[in-house]
Design a protein around this ligand. Sequence first.
Ligand SMILES: O=C(O)CCC(=O)C(=O)O
Ligand SMILES: [Fe+2]
Length: 343
Amino acid sequence: MSSNFVAGAVERRRELSREAFVLEFERQKPVVVEGGGGAALARWDAEYLSATVGGAELELLEGVYSARARGEGFANAQKRMRTLAEYIRALLRGESDPGYLFNTESGVLLTNPAAPEFQVGWGRALNPGLAPLAADFELPGFLRPESLIYAALILGGPAQASPLHYDLGGEAKALVQLRGKKRVLLFPPSEAAFLSFPSWFEEAPAAFRVPHASEVDLDRPEPEPERFPELARAECLGTELGPGDVLYWPSFWAHHIRNQDAFTLAVSVTVEELHTNAMQLRETLGILSRLFLRMAGDPRRGFDLTSRAGVLAALRALESELFSEENRKRSSMWSWHNSIWHG
Ligand SMILES: O=C(O)CCC(=O)C(=O)O
Ligand SMILES: [Fe+2]
């Protein structure tokens, strides 16, 4: 895994109160808090999981979350149903591509019944086969329980890594490491311009090419400098997680995470932290549309807005404008609004 971009280490704390979290980290920067995991840390090994929830049905993606799969252009991507006990056996046998228990709704073990608004998408329902695990799991103490959207198991071996991506629902994460180690790179939103995320406005995106998963493969020691020349400008924070570590990162921090061990288990806790409402979205729509109309109407740019291809090209231009040298460091709505409205 390339570490050329690591400008510093994620801060580590032995303990972190809710107050200190809000003051120093929430919506600002990642932190690792030690001593988490509670009863799950004590209990959840291969045997215990197989015995208590081994019958849980999982939907796993094979041929996607590994360097080899990427090299093959995802030619062998397929969904596979397996029980958790079968999957654990495959991992421990060292099967070459057993899939990754990650990014599947079937890994959800906890949702938030007290928050009807979060009950969409993966927040809607847990996998009933995993429900007994909820009793062993406690939320990290620095989070507000009301902000929980869902918690999901992430389990894999050293062949599995989650490629560089950001979590696109505006949610923040706490990753509770329970078994094995993970190596993590975290890039702040200001670096997104250098990370080669596919556009939202491609004509016909290829399979597994999505706007929130970067094209670069950070598992390579030198990630293709000719193809991704901007990548050398990116800076990130790095850390290694071991059992009991809880890693928090704010919304829209891109992450690349590689498992180190045969049985690497974590719980990914998704939390709401970017509140919004129809007025804020209306304001954003207004600001972006104004910028769009200004750019699209500029005859020097020559967009043909009568064709779908022309509209997509104009939208792609708008998208890159958001990451201009000037814009990419902005983090205040006030500054965005005024620079576009009055700019
Ligand atoms: O642990 C991993 O491999 C990926 C975790 C992740 O991307 C997430 O929880 O959002
Ligand atoms: Fe993620």
